[in-house]
Design a protein around this ligand. Structure first.
Ligand code: BG6
Length: 475
């Protein structure tokens, strides 16, 4: 079913469409939305890149991408989709290109018979953001047709800056060129199904909401562990490192959802403000950075193409943090991520305090029976509650058992889970900014991360073996 705010003629322009993100995520997501009838009835997709493609060659490229992704839709459906796909060749830094693009979009609007909404997706390296923002604004492409029709929106990928200062500069530029309601800053983790479910789980269940605080919770672990290494992204990654790549954004966003206060209502502004507030209260465990941080690099990283041979860029980090507010004071939050580890696992584990005395055979204080709530985000998507029960039989031994909600085994989850990028595109067209980061969140997250980066060199870089669990030092 199409939401009325989605079903208005819309043109989606993708800058850098032939790159990795375009091929792996955006084209498949747009096609899936189309196949599920979630795109507006009238839509146009315009790929924009440097390659000398014609519309036909680009359509063949899109067809290959759809086929490679193993879609089993009839050819007829793919052909119908491709009729709405176009290509514009150009250079990001050439203002003339934008005039040509503007004329072309004008022709498409004529073919539709009205001014369409325009969505500009920047699937390009961050170094091109500033140029594209400026040229988009200068060419008038982002000026809506009127207050009532033809909105224009800009979708931008992370990384959003390199530190507090660069993020603020970029944000100031955006603020000068566009209104906040036009800017959609993507953190695709916010659009993952189980991540979205965190707030529902916390605030729709009276059995968890009252115990979600320092009185009952012992610690929280947030892990984004990857078994892949940096692959072909050496040159990009070496300038960024794990903390900027996934810490400042994906991991902090998961933390915010676990820790934020009940929003006053479900409006995007309130939820975004709630997340930003968590970042504003974050502190590292100790002034002595070594006590709050483990920083690692996998063996062999320095010989990856594009990486400096003497690189000290981290491919792993673990932080011990605290949230300075009444709900969380004193509860450690461990944030961990790394590349080339032994397993691929993204999860959040909330450990509850042990109940003492416990109704179990062990003496007071000596048992290990605590409850846990685990949000599994990858590879499986599920929520599990660990509880303790008496083992059937004549002894009073107690055993752990899990109650879980698993998307794969759930009747409603059987319709394949949408990819996060489907949700990102759908929400941007619908104008819902809940799952996009606000300017306040960007600033507050960098305010926490930048001082750590500034003292990074004062921490020991620990080398770990590929395929291991990362550096051994505990926090
Ligand atoms: C990206 C990072 O933002 O997130 C990558 O740049 C990382 O380095 C990726 O691999 C992880 O996302 P996902 O959805 O594959 O878990």
């Amino acid at each position: 079913m199409k939401l009325p705010q989605v079903n208005f003629p819309t043109t989606i322009v993708i800058f850098g469409v032939t790159g990795d993100l375009g091929r792996k995520k955006l084209i498949p997501a747009l096609f899936d939305l189309y196949a599920k009838e979630y795109l507006p009835t009238t839509f146009r997709i315009v790929g924009f890149a440097r390659k000398e493609y014609s519309h036909e060659v680009f359509r063949a490229f899109v067809r290959d991408v759809i086929r490679e992704r193993g879609h089993h839709h009839p050819d007829e459906m793919i052909n119908d989709f491709l009729e709405n796909v176009f290509y514009q060749q150009g250079l990001f830094d050439d203002i003339h290109t934008y005039t040509v693009l503007s004329e072309f979009l004008g022709q498409l609007d004529l073919s539709v018979g009205q001014c369409t909404n325009k969505l500009f997706y920047l699937a390009v390296p961050p170094a091109s953001y500033q140029t594209i923002f400026q040229n988009l604004a200068q060419s008038g492409l982002t000026i809506p047709c009127s207050d009532a029709v033809g909105w224009t929106r800009v979708l931008v990928e992370k990384p959003f800056g390199k530190d507090l200062q660069t993020a603020q500069e970029l944000d100031m530029l955006l603020g000068e060129l566009f209104q906040e309601k036009q800017i959609f800053r993507i953190d695709h983790y916010l659009a993952k199904e189980t991540v979205q479910n965190i707030l529902t789980f916390r605030f729709s269940n009276n059995i968890f909401d009252p115990v979600w605080n320092r009185e009952w919770i012992e610690k929280v672990e947030i892990k984004l562990l990857e078994n892949i290494d940096v692959q072909t992204r050496g040159a990009f990654y070496d300038d960024v490192g794990a903390l900027r790549d996934v810490g400042q954004n994906h991991i902090l966003q998961m933390l915010a959802l676990i820790a934020m206060e009940h929003p006053e209502n479900l409006q995007a502004d309130h939820i975004r403000a709630g997340r930003a507030k968590v970042f504003q209260s974050l502190r590292l465990a100790d002034d002595d950075i070594e006590k709050g941080v483990v920083r690692g690099q996998y063996e062999g990283y320095a010989s990856v193409e594009g990486v400096r041979p003497d690189s000290t860029t981290e491919t792993y980090f673990k932080l011990k943090t605290f949230i300075e507010n009444d709900r969380w004071r004193g509860v450690p939050f461990y944030l961990e991520s790394g590349k080339a580890l032994g397993e691929r696992k993204v999860e959040i584990v909330v450990h509850f305090k042990k109940i003492d005395p416990c109704f179990c055979p062990q003496p007071h204080g000596l048992h290990k029976h605590s409850n846990m709530v685990t949000f599994s985000i990858q590879p499986e998507e599920k929520i599990t509650v660990r509880f303790w029960a008496k083992r059937p039989g004549i002894t009073s031994e107690i055993i752990p058992r899990d109650l879980s909600f698993d998307y794969a085994g759930d009747a409603d989850g059987k319709e394949s889970l949408p990819d996060a990028y489907e949700k990102v595109l759908f929400d941007c067209i619908a104008g819902d900014q809940t799952l996009f980061t606000s300017t306040d969140e960007v600033r507050a997250s960098w305010e926490f991360i930048t001082p750590i980066l500034e003292r990074w060199d004062a921490t020991k870089l620990e080398v770990y073996t590929k395929g291991s669990a990362g550096p051994e030092r505990e926090l």
